[in-house]
Design a protein around this ligand. Structure first.
Ligand SMILES: Nc1ncnc2c1ncn2[C@@H]1O[C@H](COP(=O)(O)OP(=O)(O)OP(=O)(O)O)[C@@H](O)[C@H]1O
Ligand SMILES: [Mg+2]
Length: 246
């Protein structure tokens, strides 16, 4: 479903990605982990078609994203849901209108049907009562939850999450992961979660890829990475596990 093949990306003199490859089979979720600044968000932006690799390919269902232009690219990307690292809501719209936006843009649902769907989605993320507020009036955690509701409301085929729980209190973080898990079971999307939430995210994902110095150093199951003896992988997982809020 998602195949990243030998991608290279530099910004100026900084070579960030040095031949990154991995696959996510249809219906699976991959956790993409690794130290800050190593290029996890950059990889996600390549999968989303927002950045083009200097070299290499990103295949979605067999189509090479780099060869698609204009309408064909849009058609493919429309089936994606994104949760960006900073939330990214429209400031001038209420939470309700933000979440309703994709339905109003892309479906022929009536206002009444939209209202019902939006309220159901907001209830799932615990935002009932805040639907009339603007992004500037709610907390960072609430913005993340509203962004999640907006991303999931279209029931996308592919979901890309960039640190969905970072900056949230542990209880809200846990409920966001549970929400991603239940939506995944319901919709069956193929997904990538960029996260530092180790080991908690491991119960939600099927596979883990560890990005290290521009390449995928490890790709396997959560239990494999947890028991790895590799001199780079082991300290990374250990530090993350020690630092996790239990
Ligand atoms: N558009 C850009 N222009 C220039 N440099 C960029 C751009 N986007 C990312 N970078 C650089 O690429 C590197 C990787 O950034 P990225 O945001 O992917 O890190 P990350 O692994 O997601 O880190 P974090 O865990 O802190 O979010 C950084 O050095 C960053 O400064
Ligand atoms: Mg990032």
């Amino acid at each position: 479903m998602i195949r990243v093949q030998e991608i290279y990306k530099s910004f100026g003199k900084a070579q960030v990605l040095k031949g990154v490859s991995f696959e996510v089979p249809q219906g699976d979720i991959l956790a993409l982990i690794g130290r800050s600044g190593y290029g996890k968000s950059v990889i996600l932006k390549h999968v989303a078609g927002l950045l083009k690799p200097d070299k290499g390919h990103v295949f979605i269902n067999g189509s090479d994203l780099c060869n698609l232009r204009g309408r064909n690219l849009l058609k493919l990307i429309e089936r994606f849901g994104f949760l960006f690292q900073n939330g990214a809501l429209f400031d001038s719209m209420t939470i309700f209108d933000n979440v309703a936006f994709p339905l109003r843009e892309k479906t022929r649902m009536t206002e009444r049907q939209i209202r019902e769907r939006v309220l159901t989605e907001l209830e799932q993320v615990g935002l009932i009562g805040s639907e009339g507020k603007f992004p500037s009036q709610i907390s960072g955690g609430m913005i993340k939850r509203a962004s999640l509701a907006r991303a999931l409301i279209e029931e996308p085929d592919i979901m890309l999450f960039d640190e969905p729980t970072t900056g949230l209190d542990p209880i809200t973080g846990k409920s966001i992961l549970a929400l991603i898990d239940s939506c995944h079971r319901r919709i069956g999307f193929t997904g990538i979660i960029v996260t530092h939430e180790i080991p908690r995210v491991f119960s939600v994902v099927d596979q883990v890829a560890l990005l290290h110095e521009g390449v995928v150093l490890f790709h396997g199951s959560p239990s494999e990475i947890m028991t790895s003896d590799d001199p780079i992988i082991r300290p990374f997982v250990q530090a993350a596990t020690d630092g996790a809020v239990k």
